[in-house]
Design a protein around this ligand. Structure first.
Ligand SMILES: C[S@@+](CC[C@H](N)C(=O)[O-])C[C@H]1O[C@@H](n2cnc3c(N)ncnc32)[C@H](O)[C@@H]1O
Length: 203
C-alpha cells in the first residue's frame, strides 16, 4: 500500500519537515551539538533531510522501498547524506542507548507494532536523548483531513506516558491544529504531540 502511495513524482507529505518537529528542535537547541538521529516510519524522508541539513547523522527506517528511494533523492537535492534501512517495525531491532533523538512523525501502524515501536524508540535513545512524536489522535476519525480511518491506529497520550514513565515528559498534549503537509495531510487535524527526555538507560 505504501509503495503504491509513494509511487509518484511529487512528495505525498511535502518536501518540508513537519512543523512540530522543527519547533521542538529549535526550542531544545538540538542542532547546537548535532548527533545521531533515528527516524522511524520516515517514508519519503522530509524530516530526515531537514535534520541532515542541520548536521545530524540520520538514519531513516521504513517499510517502503519506494519511499526510501525518494528520501535519498531529496537528500541529494539538498546536498546532504542520509542513511536508509528498509525494515518492518514489527521486527526491527535498534541499537540500545545510542541516539541523540528519535523522531516519529505520523508513524501510524497497527497497535501491536505501535507499542513495539515506542518501546524500540525508548531503547534507542541515549541518556538525555529525546523522542519527538506527532500523530493523529482518535478525535481525527471522520474529519477527512488525513490519517488512518480506525481508532486502533491512532496515538494516545496515556500509551505514550506509560512507555516513558521513567523519563522526563516535556510535552504531552492533544490539540487541534491546521496541518498543511502535502496532499494527504491537509486541513484542521486532531493530533497528539509528545516530547520526552530519556533519563534512565535501557538495560
Ligand atoms: C503517514 S506516513 C509518514 C511518513 C513520514 N514520517 C512523514 O511524516 O512524512 C507513514 C509511514 O509509515 C510507514 N510504515 C507503515 N507501517 C510500517 C511498518 N510496519 N514498518 C515500517 N514502516 C511502516 C509507511 O511506509 C509510511 O512511510
Amino acid at each position: 500500500m505504501w509503495d503504491e502511495r509513494f509511487d509518484r513524482e511529487d512528495y505525498v507529505y511535502g518536501e518540508q519537515p513537519n512543523t512540530f518537529l522543527t519547533e521542538q528542535w529549535q526550542q531544545l537547541e538540538l542542532a547546537a551539538n548535532p548527533g545521531g538521529v533515528l527516524c522511524l516510519a520516515e517514508g519519503e524522508g522530509r524530516n530526515a533531510v531537514y535534520l541532515a541539513t542541520l548536521g545530524h547523522d540520520v538514519i531513516c527506517v521504513d517499510l517502503s522501498e519506494v519511499g526510501l528511494k525518494k528520501a535519498k533523492l531529496l537528500a541529494d537535492k539538498h546536498g546532504v547524506i542520509i542513511n536508509t534501512e528498509k525494515a518492518d517495525l514489527a521486527t526491527y531491532e535498534t541499537k540500545a542507548n545510542f541516539y541523540q533523538a528519535v523522531v516519529m512523525i505520523f508513524a501510524h501502524t497497527p497497535p501491536a507494532i505501535r507499542r513495539r515501536s515506542l518501546n524500540q524508540a525508548r531503547k534507542a535513545l541515549g541518556r538525555d536523548g529525546y523522542l519527538i512524536l506527532e500523530g493523529y489522535s482518535a478525535a481525527q476519525i471522520g474529519r477527512g483531513t488525513g490519517g488512518p480511518v480506525t481508532t486502533d491506529m491512532m496515538f494516545d497520550e496515556q500509551e505514550l506516558r506509560t512507555v516513558f514513565a521513567d523519563d522526563e515528559i516535556l510535552v504531552c498534549r492533544e490539540i487541534e491544529r491546521d496541518i498543511r503537509e502535502g496532499a494527504f495531510h491537509s486541513g484542521i487535524g486532531s493530533v497528539v504531540q509528545f516530547v520526552a527526555r530519556k533519563t534512565e538507560p535501557s538495560s
